[in-house]
Design a protein around this ligand. Structure first.
Ligand code: ZN
Length: 136
């Protein structure tokens, strides 16, 4: 994770006032990864802690090819996305983002494995529990 660098959004898979599940890459090191929302708070829910999981480039390309081919089949898309989540790294780093520019403001030194959840289930109350792992 590169502090002060932008997380570039390649494919947004779900969003609410900003991405909640997306394929991304780091503008500096270029590594492809899966980004998913862990907790959020503040005005416009702009203060967001995401988990970032590295994804094998071939896994990412296979996923994109499959969902583009059957884009109208929503159940197919869901199962492909579940497969992508399963194939991504099981250890995630946490990153703090506080604006739609998606600049990394802080990141965790330790690795975690928070569940990938729908944004409807993401809790503001969990923010304080997670932010302590992200030194300013
Ligand atoms: Zn990087």
């Amino acid at each position: 994770m590169c502090l002060g660098k932008q997380i570039t959004l390649d494919t947004i898979l779900d969003d609410w006032l900003g991405p909640t599940l997306a394929l991304v890459h780091c503008e500096k090191c270029n590594n492809p990864a899966l980004l998913h929302l862990v907790t959020w708070r503040g005005r416009g829910l702009l203060e967001r802690i995401y988990a970032i999981r590295l994804v094998d480039p071939s896994t990412k390309n296979t996923y994109l090819a499959n969902i583009n081919r059957d884009y109208c089949d929503l159940s197919r898309k869901t199962s492909e996305t579940e497969a992508l989540i399963g194939a991504s790294s099981q250890s995630a780093r946490l990153v703090l983002v506080t604006s739609s520019k998606m600049i990394v403001e802080a990141f965790s030194r330790d690795l975690f494995n928070p569940p990938v959840m729908d944004w409807q289930d993401v809790q503001t109350e969990a923010y304080d529990d997670w932010i302590k792992f992200l030194p300013a």
